[in-house]
Design a protein around this ligand. Structure first.
Ligand SMILES: Cc1cc2nc3c(=O)[nH]c(=O)nc-3n(C[C@H](O)[C@H](O)[C@H](O)COP(=O)(O)OP(=O)(O)OC[C@H]3O[C@@H](n4cnc5c(N)ncnc54)[C@H](O)[C@@H]3O)c2cc1C
Ligand code: SF4
Length: 323
């Protein structure tokens, strides 16, 4: 690991100011960043620890929604009474990820910004445009079974690994931030992640030194809220594919994980649920949501797997309705 300096910020303003130093980076729970520093994939020269900031609350908003502080741990968020009762898809997605110990440390802000899980991103001996811009993409001709099938570019085919973000996308969450000049803004999650294009190392629309201060959720929408994750082993593994769903009769909201550089949601595909015959519903939605997909030979299996996973989600919604 490279040498670095460290400071603990006391206020969000102080954190954003400190993050303007050359080579500075925020650290939340450290469960992703420290691993990357040990491998020298991330080499910050200065760490700004945000752990002492007053951003650990989950609060009701005046419109009946929720505001989740950026430092709320994944464990606390998943077990919050209103989240469990009214935003169940979020609880289900969070507990499908990582392990209990990691969820105890991992923060809401850090989870959103966790880096890619492409094997070549972790291997400094091989080209990776995300790790070293302009070096090439070893995955295009290499092992790509776990990687994205849509939203990719010739420069990068990595998928976004977060389970939590997929649930936040189906819930229409927005990310609250503070910029180094002290200005705050709210960015819909749909606009938060960038597709890779020619610059896969630029993953979000955050400015350098911009701090995530929280995430807001609109008022609850009800419905059956489900998260189904398919992975190579039943725990401690990232999604091959996942589906976050809110099902209310023929009305559905769906976001997909493990398949794109950001949580993948195509609202136009959701309307297909209202017209397609039940037996064809899942397939028709996947065809529409993944129109234009560019899978590799190794990960083309994800498209039929998405159809089967969505079928299982609809069956689960019906079973739970009857229970
Ligand atoms: C073994 C293992 C298995 C895992 N399995 C899963 C899984 O199945 N599903 C899943 O979704 N995740 C999984 N994870 C990833 C885990 O969820 C993330 O490591 C965690 O959520 C990151 O949160 P953190 O607070 O520790 O982030 P950190 O490691 O502290 O930071 C991550 C990034 O976010 C930035 N950052 C942190 N806080 C802020 C802020 N407030 N504002 C701006 N930038 C900020 C940091 O600079 C850094 O770039 C796994 C991790 C491990 C180690
Ligand atoms: S897919 Fe992206 S992360 Fe993986 S090697 Fe290519 S550029 Fe790097």
């Amino acid at each position: 690991m490279r040498a670095f300096t460290y400071e603990r910020a006391a206020t969000p303003q102080a954190a954003t100011r400190a993050a303007q130093a050359d080579g500075a980076k925020f650290i939340g729970g450290g469960t992703n960043l420290l691993d990357l520093m040990k491998l020298e994939i991330e080499t910050p020269s200065h760490l700004v620890d945000v752990g002492a900031l007053p951003l650990r609350e989950v609060q009701d908003t005046p419109d009946g929604g929720l505001r989740i502080g950026a430092l709320v741990t994944n464990t606390d968020l998943a077990s919050h009474p209103r989240v469990r009762a009214e935003y169940g898809v979020l609880t289900r997605a969070i507990v499908a990820g990582a392990s209990g110990q990691i969820r105890n440390k991992a923060t809401t802000g850090g989870n959103l910004l966790q880096r890619a899980r492409c094997p070549y991103f972790y291997d400094p001996n091989l080209p990776c445009n995300k790790r070293e811009p302009g070096s090439g993409c070893a995955a295009l001709r290499g092992y790509s079974r776990t990687l994205a099938v849509i939203g990719t570019s010739d420069a990068c085919i990595a998928q976004h690994p977060s389970d939590m973000a997929v649930a936040l996308r189906v819930l229409d969450a927005a990310v609250e931030t503070m910029r180094p000049d002290g200005h705050t803004r709210s960015v819909p999650l749909d606009d938060f992640y960038r597709l890779p294009g020619d610059t896969p190392h630029v993953e979000t629309t955050l400015d350098p030194g911009e701090l995530i201060t929280g995430v807001t959720l609109p008022p609850p929408v009800g419905g059956r809220q489900l998260y189904r994750k398919v992975r190579d082993r039943s725990s401690y593994a990232f999604a091959l594919v996942s589906v976050a769903a809110i099902v209310d009769g023929d009305s559905v909201r769906l976001a997909f994980g493990g398949v794109a550089p950001r949580p993948w949601r195509v609202e136009a595909a959701e309307t297909v649920a209202q017209t397609a015959p039940p037996a064809e519903r899942a397939g028709a939605i996947i065809d529409r949501a993944f129109d234009g997909a560019r899978p590799t030979a190794q990960n083309a299996f994800k498209l039929p797997l998405l159809g089967r996973t969505l079928t299982a989600v609809f069956e689960q919604a019906t079973t739970e309705d009857q229970a």
